[in-house]
Design a protein around this ligand. Structure first.
Ligand code: AMP
Ligand code: MG
Length: 288
């Protein structure tokens, strides 16, 4: 799991996962809150984002030392254990009712860490800051000169640090889920770390990345992973529907789709990508 995960998660979640099918485990308020946000986003994304993804994540071990494509039967078995709706919560007691079930907050933990860091800075009286947690960016206030912060978006086809666009915003969180973040190659094929709960395999739907721009980095982190798994059509629809949530979708044909609230605050860099639209997705005003 990610190095950004806080200590509470290392211990409490491991204990919870070990106790699956045996007994409930008492979680701290912080863990419970992140878990519950994860469950809410699970409902919003209709299970595309699922905090109980651990059995599949462990099986694929994309970040392990010698990752391999698992056997189809093993994938089926792991898949059968995944269903966030089965998680039982009573107060701070959490129970995973089936042996082998497990929680993985890898898709949401970085957002939590970024949000906590911003909260601590604000509490300490800091009025202007930009925090970059490796692709997950949180800003506090405006720039010191009063202008909004300008946040660069990673070009999913280029090495880390190459930007394809800029978002301008204040007091905002900008979280990206992309195929380039963690993956391995087998027989010339890329296997990345964002798992499609419906197939049990890395999500394969023409998207290269989804960026979510929102107030709450925890929600933004879960939604970026969830919208990525949902795909362009459904993912876009969901982000468009939610208040105070915007998104940037990039597909493997170099097309960029912006939700409507972002169109005034986004600028493309370079000429590799085109702002696109199809039916009710994206903005084609520039082409008219
Ligand atoms: P992110 O980079 O925020 O999109 O998170 C990816 C991480 O979330 C993976 O490394 C897994 O730990 C976890 N994950 C993968 N697929 C899913 C999924 N469908 N739902 C929830 N978490 C997932
Ligand atoms: Mg995420």
């Amino acid at each position: 799991m990610s190095i950004n995960q806080a200590a509470w998660e290392q211990t409490e979640l491991l204990e919870l996962n070990r106790a699956a099918g045996i007994h409930p485990v008492e979680l701290s308020d912080e863990s419970l809150q992140v878990l519950q946000t994860g469950i809410t986003i699970g409902e919003l994304t209709n299970g595309a984002f699922d905090v109980s993804i651990a059995p599949l994540v462990l099986l694929w071990m994309v970040t392990g030392s010698s990752p391999m494509v698992p056997a189809p039967e093993a994938i089926k078995e792991a898949q059968a254990l995944i269903d966030f709706r089965k998680i039982e919560i009573s107060g701070n007691q959490v129970y995973l009712p089936e042996p082998g079930m497990g929680i993985d907050l890898g898709g949401i933990a970085k957002g939590y860490a970024a949000g906590e860091a911003a909260r601590i800075l604000r509490q300490a009286g800091v009025n202007h800051a930009i925090l970059d947690f490796g692709g997950d960016v949180v800003t506090v206030g405006t720039r010191p000169d009063g202008n909004p912060w300008r946040i660069g978006l990673q070009d999913p086809a280029q090495r880390r640090g190459s930007l394809m666009g800029i978002v301008q915003a204040e007091d905002i969180s900008i979280v990206t889920s992309g195929v380039y973040e963690r993956y391995f190659e087998q027989d010339g094929q890329i296997f990345h770390h964002i798992i499609d709960t419906e197939t049990g395999y890395p999500t394969d739907n023409s998207l290269l990345s989804v960026t979510v721009v929102s107030k709450d980095p925890v929600v933004g982190d879960a939604l970026s992973t969830g919208a990525f798994v949902m795909g362009l059509r459904e993912g876009y629809e969901l982000l468009e529907e939610l208040d105070d949530v915007e998104g940037v979708f990039i597909d493997d044909q170099n097309r960029v789709y912006l939700t409507s609230g972002l169109q005034a605050n986004f600028r493309l860099l370079g000429s590799d990508y085109v702002l696109s639209c199809t039916e009710d997705i994206g903005d084609c005003a520039d082409e008219e």
